[in-house]
Every structure is written in structure tokens, then in C-alpha cells.
Design a protein. Sequence first.
Lengths: 116, 109
Amino acid sequence: QVQLQESGPGLVKPSETLSLTCTVSSGSISSYYCTWIRQPPGKGLEWIGFIHSSGNTNYNPSLKSRVTISIDTSKNQFSLKLTSVTAADTAVYYCARLLGYSFDSWGQGTLVTVSS
Amino acid sequence: ESVLTQSPGTLSLSPGERATLSCRTSQSVMSNYLAWYQQKPGQAPRLLIYGASSRATGIPDRFSGSGSGTDFTLTISRLETEDFAVYYCQQYGGPPGITFGQGTRLEIK
């Protein structure tokens, strides 16, 4: 079973850039879609976007202008950058594997708080 | 934009009872593109059902999914204490790409 682990700062200042990395173990990230999903405290799930090992990306239109997802297959990692963050971006951020049309493997999630 | 509406918002039942959770989509969805997840406090969501009716690996057979078009259902035949959690449906495809329902909280009565 593939395992995913998010890493990155837990606190980001308003207007700055949120940066997270997902490291995948027990499997290669090639040939499936690597995805970021977030969940504000006490709220539901929001898909942010995904990237394929080929480099193809797809982003949620509501975040597209601020999001970049990149991939490093040599390290079995993929990353998220979200620019110009506000308090509304405070959330638990999950990385997940999209296999087919659903998410079969998830990281444990990492809480990112936007605050000065 | 495709919207997924789950009902009820909260469902209060007792262990041993049957739970029926609904997910209605604003646009018709191919069955392959509909999934269900369970989330417990402090944990990541866990895939239960994919393709509207196929159980994911390791999911007990008391969980079943059904439906087509715009109406989908997750049924838990006999509730066990570990089943009390929040459940989300998820759709792949259509703008904005991937969407989740707002969730149904299943609580112990």
C-alpha cells in the first residue's frame, strides 16, 4: 500500500506563500495523479488540484490563479504552492493518490494556519 | 458548476440499525465517477466505495453503494460503533473537476 506524508510550515503569514511537500513511499508516483485536498477546521473537503507524472495539471478554478503543483519523480515527491494566502486558507492540507476516479490513499494531513 | 448535496446533514441512529445516506448531484454523473468516504475525528478520509457501488479494499460488506444519474445512496446495513463518523460523497469530472458533498454526520442516538 502506497504511503503519503505531508511536510511543511504549520504557520504562514498573510499575503505570503504556503509551500507543502508530499513524500510518497512504498510505491512510485508515476502513472497516477498526485492530488492536494484541504479541509478548513470543522468544514468539508475541497479539492485543490492534481498533477500527473507526465506534468499535466488540473486545478480547482476557484484557486487556479494562486496554485502551482509540481512533481519530482526522482525523489517520489510532489509539492503545493499557494500564493497570497489569507485566513481563509487556514486548513488541514492532505495529499492523496487519485487512482481511477477516486482517492484510495491519503496522507495524515498537516494543519496550516495563516496568521501574523 | 456541479454541486453535490448530501442528506441528511446529521443522522442519529443506534448500533445495529440500518443507515441510509443520500448524495444528489446537480448534473448527471457517470456511475464510475462517484465515490464515498468515511472520516473520523483527527483522521484523513478513507475510501469506502468507488464507481458508485464497488467496495474498496478491506471495507466490510455491511457497506454498500447504489444509484445512478443524479441520485446515489450509501447504505450501512447494521451499524457498529466504529461506523459513527462523517461521510462524504465525491464526484469526478465536470466543472470544477472534482467536488465533494458537504458531508453527513452519523451520530449515536
